[in-house]
Design a protein around this ligand. Structure first.
Ligand code: SF4
Ligand code: SF4
Length: 183
């Protein structure tokens, strides 16, 4: 978001008066490399807008601010919003027809990228019972608020669905009075 188009170096005015040399001198190699980093790879992303619609209308998160996708409802393009709001649900990537939007788990983090540019990266949490990947904290909080069923907290422990079910079954068994003890 901080990279701007570099200004073109120009021949100074005195030289222009006395020579036929080209006025635009061209970018330095470093400027060319920085300019290439701003590339949005429109050859991969079709600009269909599915990812934006799904994030905004189905998930209700609205983490994708890609103004160049929708000419009728222009918004500023700002990928910092994605880093701040994205819950790493993966719905945008799952519905992207070209694979331009991707989500992968790598080196202990869940990473969302658009044409190779990382938009969001969050640390993965694991089940304290079996070690299975649960997802990032922001995603688990989102799901828990809506379903109160997935990734339940048993006491202070964060557990996967299977371990939570086992813990619940054990708790129920321990809590059931033996036959002779019933009143
Ligand atoms: S990233 Fe995928 S879903 Fe989003 S606009 Fe591009 S092609 Fe469409
Ligand atoms: S992964 Fe992030 S950007 Fe994509 S739909 Fe989910 S919340 Fe939105």
């Amino acid at each position: 978001m901080t990279l701007k188009r570099p200004s073109m170096p120009l021949l100074n005015i005195d030289r222009r008066r006395t020579t036929f040399q080209q006025v635009e001198l061209g970018y330095s190699e470093n400027d060319v490399r920085e300019e290439a980093q701003r590339c949005l790879r429109c050859d991969i992303c079709l600009r269909c807008g599915k990812c934006v619609e799904i994030c905004r209308d189905k998930m209700g998160v609205d983490a994708l601010q890609m103004g160049y996708l929708d000419f009728d409802h222009p918004v500023p393009t700002d990928f910092r919003v994605t880093a701040e709001k994205c819950i790493s649900c993966g719905a945008c990537a799952a519905n992207c027809p070209t694979g331009a939007m991707r989500m992968e788990d790598k080196d202990g983090a869940r990473i969302l990228s658009l044409c190779g540019t990382i938009l969001n990266q969050q640390t993965l949490l694991h089940c304290e019972g079996c070690g299975a990947v649960l997802g990032p904290a922001r995603y688990l909080d989102f799901v828990q608020k809506r379903t109160r069923a997935v990734a339940r907290l048993a006491g202070q422990r964060r557990l996967c669905e299977a371990c939570a079910r086992q813990a619940q079954a054990k708790f129920s068994a321990d809590d059931t009075p033996a036959k002779g003890q019933r009143t």
